[in-house]
Design a protein around this ligand. Sequence first.
Ligand code: PGA
Length: 248
Amino acid sequence: MARKLAAGNWKMNGSVAALAEVDALVADLPTGCEVLLCPPATLIAPMVARAGGSGLQVGAQTCHSAASGAHTGDISAAMLAEAGASHVITGHSERRTDHGETDAEVAAQTQAVLEAGMIAIVCVGETEAERDADVTLQVITTQLAGSIPDAAEPTRIVVAYEPVWAIGTGRTPTLDQIAEVHAHMRAELSARMGESAAHDIPLLYGGSVKPGNAAEIFAVADVDGALVGGASLKAADFGPIAAALAAS
Ligand code: PGA
């Protein structure tokens, strides 16, 4: 069975003052799952310090694929690891849209994350137009194949299914739709890496996860956790989501 992971993505939100949420979160950290927060890069080191030895893990939201060089404004995987990051999200749809990141770039970033000794959370997901055109599973197949590098060690990969139309909208797929995509992802990964390796890869659902819908989503087969945006900003929301995962 894959390990369970409740991952929060603060996106471009937060400040040193917001680290008070870390205190509230670690005061009641569940033990039945891993809990991760991915703040803006400037807050990684302070958040790691604030989390202390609590078990709360801290990650990053993206990285450059190169180790160093003339890439103004970018941050390498090794730099994030040095700041204390344990995970890096790669291929989030906002990166794919805002920065035109392709599957090949996402695979190169994922490779860089693995080489730096961290875990990559690789994001895939269809747009609303793709779901309406009934090509969701083909889109997921293509993104999975293109975004995970061949040499990837299954124990250091997490995959997040995030339908683009569910992110930040308050809309979620039906539980059957989530089950269908997650079963498809598990089958695709099994075909590529073997069944046992594929079952070790946590498959997260992401897109408008809230305390009110977390438990029913975690009860879906092949859902091993969540990638949470808006509801990860407040411990009062993210704590109960993590607790629901631990209890699932
Ligand atoms: P949301 O974002 O929870 O605010 O919908 C999810 C994500 O983008 O990871």
